[in-house]
Design a protein around this ligand. Structure first.
Ligand SMILES: [Zn+2]
Length: 261
């Protein structure tokens, strides 16, 4: 996705760590470039790396054939890719595609596991993000079942804007169809409705948000709820880390299944 960015300097989860913990987690890793549409991991694959986006962002897509694929999460500089490792599982349940090109910290799985197993403070911080991530998945289950396509499109475009750090971006019909889990014709009609109301301009994949407030009023309540949970949970001091029990792992798997069944 090409954007005129107000590029963030750092991933917020990394920035929230103490300087010592930041060094422990990042080790001698350097930020890498992620290219638009790169696949970072396929569903069912072993997780080889953890990614902390800086000015890139990543789309999380459920496994399925053709139109049965649905984007159920977006990870930008507010989050990380690789949360199953916090649950003690090294297999990805989702496909991760780069939707916004840019930089990200990429950390080897073995190093990441060593660090979270030996530093409770780092694990506790990242567990708070895990909670936010699961809350967002639950919200997406409700959103996909009950909210209208136009309101859902408005929500996803605002989420994309937040992670792209720009009101203009390139977004393909394929990604819009993943966002909504509908056919191309449904995407075109929802985008046209937003365009007629002068909330967006969309032509040949170039999308510009013209009226942020108007788009916020059109979006379903899920957008505001996600942001509220994020700021409530991640801006608090972390509680001591606890191990993850198998019940929590099972719950995470069931939430993903509930969204797509
Ligand atoms: Zn919704």
């Amino acid at each position: 996705m090409s954007t005129a960015k107000r590029a963030p300097a750092q991933n917020l989860l990394i920035a929230a760590l103490s300087p010592e913990d930041r060094l422990r987690l990042l080790g001698d890793h350097s930020p890498i470039d992620l290219g638009f549409s790169d696949t970072l991991v396929e569903s069912g694959d072993r997780i080889r790396h953890v990614y902390f986006p800086i000015d890139s962002f990543i789309s999380l897509i459920t496994p399925g054939a053709g139109r049965a694929q649905l984007e159920i999460g977006l990870v930008g500089n507010e989050g990380m890719l690789g949360v199953p490792l916090l649950l003690g599982v090294n297999v990805s349940p989702l496909r991760a595609l780069v939707q916004g090109a840019g930089h990200a910290w990429r950390i080897d799985t073995a190093h990441f596991i060593r660090v979270i197993e030996s530093h409770a403070g780092i694990r506790a911080s990242l567990n708070r993000y895990l909670y936010v991530f699961l809350s967002q998945l639950m919200q997406t289950a409700t959103c996909t079942r009950f909210h209208l396509i136009e309101a859902r499109l408005a929500r996803w475009l605002l989420m994309t804007r937040d992670r792209a750090h720009s009101s203009q971006f390139h977004i393909t019909h394929e990604f819009l169809a993943y966002m909504l889990g509908v056919r191309r014709v449904g995407v075109t009609s929802a985008a046209s409705a937003l365009q007629r109301r002068k909330l967006i301009r969309y032509s040949r994949g170039d999308l510009a948000i013209l009226d942020v407030r108007g788009l916020e009023r059109t979006a379903c309540a899920c957008y505001a709820l996600d942001k509220k949970i994020y700021s409530r949970i991640l801006k608090k001091a972390p509680v001591p880390a606890a191990g993850i029990d198998p019940g929590t792992r099972l719950l995470a798997g069931r939430i993903v299944s509930a969204i797509t069944c």
